[in-house]
Write a protein that binds this ligand. Sequence first.
Ligand code: DGY
Length: 323
Amino acid sequence: MSKPKVLISRRWPATVEAKLQELFDTTLNSDDHPMSADEFRTALQNYDAVCPSVCDALPAEVLNVANKRCRILGNFGVGYNHIDIAAAREQGLIVTNTPGVLTESTADIAMTLLLMTARRGAEGDRLVRSGRWRGWCPTHMMSSDVTGATLGLVGFGRIAQAMARKAHHGFGMKILYVKPSPADPEIVTNLQAVRCETIEELLPQCDYVSLHCPGGADTRHLINERRLNLMKPSAHLINTARGDVVDSKALIRVLREKRIAGAGLDVYEGEPNIDPGFLELENAALLPHLGSATIATRTAMGEKVLANLQAFFAGQALPDRVV
Ligand code: DGY
């Protein structure tokens, strides 16, 4: 029997690519270019499984292509707001994702950004490289304390809880969170976490606010100018979730006018395009969507996609089925 035909949209760690090639008739994107809508349409017509990444857009106009051969989208990533899930469902396409394996590395990047923005790390690096540093001085580049400060988490899923653990047990931070329903009492007790009923209640109490909700229509511009204005002028915003959760234009204004102290961002609206306003801000620490970018994590993500495809082609229950 011939092997199922599988296409992966971007290059993956070599060990996982090798396993995929062993198990399936696998096509790699040899020059790792971002695939166009037309390339995805052709892929959906010619492969049994297509594996997109979080950087690929799969709207209804692409998924609705006629004469599809593809039956499963094995998404390389936990977030799937780049796939029109309703259209996938309508088209009878199964979608899987990679939850769990990127929790710690993404929480590490959230802590990295928290520390960078609090202690002006990116700004300090730029100063040293520019050759303009004139030496230690008692009032130079003073910044905000992290230890003992209050961290507010918007969303309290796996990644937020991992960040809370690092922040609370590592830095003695006080944890507040907002989530529609109360979290697991054991986790709450371990973190001494306090639940806020609303974002409005949480924001004014925090020194740091970190976003951990999915992207997409339901959370678009959840953090808007009105809410940013509720934060303390000394507070910092961290976003490792999705760019569109924050109104970028509003955040740029608020940072420029120092209505909040700083921001640490790993994700952007319209990524990889970044609003040029961010680039001019000294008080924004900017990373290129590095949340899951460790060798071990990206390998584990690939292994998860592989496990889902194997289960699918063996007619078994899928470990990480979204639709
Ligand atoms: C995901 O998997 O959704 C992440 O954004 C990738 O780092």
